[in-house]
Ligand binder design. Structure first.
Ligand code: KIV
Ligand code: ZN
Length: 523
């Protein structure tokens, strides 16, 4: 048994802050349930002052998820702290996480404060947080570039004021391992009262060092690690939870630590996040990337067949990657499909499975072998096929001398809706035609397409980010035809916007669904 490292997951806060990764309340709750299932010790559920949506999500998570500590982030000022506490106070174990930048560069250019002013604010605000809950985390933002003497002074003041966790972030991903380790040693050795306080790492990946620095922080004395699923987070991201958990597990004999993570839930957590955000994981991503257990070179394949240990340092099953023993194809039944969905982290209702199975059979007629990515895609379409969602049935596009035209056939609640539009290019025409059906008008913020495979196996995966009434929604879909993938990805984002509009939390930029220039008719 090793010494316990506490896993602080910030997927729903730092992760959710990254472009294209925003989630709505239902999605955050679904993710929080999986994080609970995964065994994380602390869930940072959001930054309640940032938006009404964040506030509601933190509150909902605090009310429902009872095992882990639920943390809410607040800048070190009264308004933030009170708002964060109001949201998180419902938790079985609530934590306030407050932060204040302490590097000269942040103090001078961002906050326009002197060191003395910052110190006094930190003292007062940590004390305020401590008057609300016994579990208070303080982060001197940009600790990695903070003058060491001043950092010690700040940490001392925070501990005196009641902080029980000191998190030392490398906010800009600048530190090298030995520097980061040294900072932890200095704080641990020089700040009085550290025997009552847990040290925490928080590394960003701007130099690709987030994971290495996390281990360096642990060497320096940290026993809490802040990380995110798939390593999402500001800019280049945070340390990836799956990497930290597997390194500590695999090298436990050398490192001497353990976590409470059920590692078989790592891949399902990664898949769930991909489905919810529409942001794909790079194929060569450690642990959860599509190629993490793929062996291409003949010598490697030969070695793995003789003994997997030749080229695999962990089994796919140990991180929840489904075994490839069952190959799904057109002869597979509903049971095998449901089982594989389960392994991928989806528990489908009967209705969802019915929809998913129908889509699976249609795809299996066209494609010999069905991969996990296809299933993830099918699952999201299965969910979309729930009542009151729009589903793309048919697309026709034409390029003209100037621009393009598109005609779509979309189904909702058994009704078939049709619309056509012109546009500057095929995607523009397609999205405008979809807008006419859904009644919400999107402005494309980002579009990424990736085509893979050959001839009969070709598929294009599309991710879109679009603004509906100024609010960003994402969609992701894959299909053999790129135009179909683009239409479905955009429609997935539009479906989310429609849900928000129907709940009254999205200003209506379009018109009521189904009343524009399209024609509607029974199927
Ligand atoms: O990177 C950072 O400094 C942060 C803090 C708010 C902890 O995310
Ligand atoms: Zn951060």
């Amino acid at each position: 048994m090793g010494e316990r490292i506490h896993i602080f997951d910030t997927t729903l806060r730092d992760g959710e802050q990254s472009p294209g990764c925003s989630l709505n309340l239902t999605e955050k709750l679904e993710m929080a349930r999986q994080l609970d299932h995964l065994g994380v010790d602390i869930i940072e559920a959001g930054f309640p002052i940032a938006s009404e949506g964040d506030y509601e999500a933190v509150k909902a998570i605090a009310l429902e998820i009872r095992r882990p500590v639920i943390a809410a982030l607040a800048r070190a000022n009264e308004k933030d702290i009170e708002r964060a506490w109001d949201a998180v106070r419902h938790a079985a174990r609530a934590r306030l996480h407050t932060f204040y930048a302490t590097s000269d560069i942040h103090l001078q250019y961002k906050l326009h404060k002197t060191r003395a002013e910052a110190l006094s604010q930190i003292e007062r605000m940590v004390a305020l947080a401590a008057s609300l809950t016994p579990d208070v985390e303080f982060s001197p933002e940009d600790a990695g570039r903070t003058d060491r003497e001043y950092l010690i002074e700040v940490c001392h003041a925070a501990v005196e004021a009641g902080a029980t966790v000191l998190n030392l972030p490398d906010t800009v991903g600048y530190c090298l391992g030995p520097e980061y380790e040294r900072m932890f040693r200095d704080v641990r050795e020089r700040v009085p009262g550290m025997d009552r306080v847990e040290l925490s790492t928080h590394s960003h990946n701007d130099l690709g060092l987030a994971m290495a620095n996390t281990l360096a922080g642990i060497r320096g004395g940290a026993r809490q690690v802040e990380c995110t699923i798939n390593g999402i987070g500001e800019r280049a991201g945070n340390a990836a939870l799956e990497e930290v958990a597997m390194a500590l597990r695999l090298r436990q004999a050398d490192l001497g630590f353990e976590t409470g993570i059920r590692t078989e839930e790592l891949y399902p957590a990664s898949c769930l996040l991909t489905r919810l955000t529409g942001v794909a994981v790079q194929p060569n991503k450690a642990i959860v990337g599509k190629n993490a257990f793929a062996h291409e070179a003949g010598i490697h394949q030969d070695g793995v067949l003789k003994c997997p240990l030749t080229y695999e340092i962990m089994t796919p099953e140990s991180v929840g990657v489904p075994s490839t023993a069952i190959v799904l194809g057109k002869h597979s039944g509903r049971h095998a499909l449901a089982k594989r969905f389960e392994e991928l982290g989806y528990s489908l209702t009967k209705l969802e499975l019915d929809h998913a199975y129908e889509l699976f059979c249609r795809l299996a007629d066209r494609k010999k072998r069905i991969y996990d990515e296809d299933l993830i895609d099918i699952a999201s379409r299965g969910f979309e096929a729930m009542p009151r969602s729009f589903n793309l049935r048919r697309v026709e596009t034409k390029t003209a001398n100037e621009g393009a035209t598109a005609a779509v056939e979309i189904e909702r609640d058994g009704e078939t809706l049709r619309a056509a539009s012109g546009g500057v290019d095929i995607e523009d025409a397609l999205f405008r035609a979809i807008d006419k059906v859904t009644g919400v008008i999107g402005k494309l913020a980002d579009f990424a397409a990736h085509t893979s495979g050959t001839n009969g196996d070709r598929r294009t995966e599309v991710s879109v980010r679009a603004l509906f009434s100024g609010r960003e929604f994402t969609g992701r879909a894959a299909a053999p035809l790129s135009v179909e993938a683009a239409g479905r990805a955009y429609l997935q984002a539009a479906n989310k916007a429609v849900v928000h509009r129907d709940h009254g939390d999205l200003a209506v930029a379009g018109t009521e669904c189904g009343t524009l220039t399209m024609t509607a008719g029974a199927d």
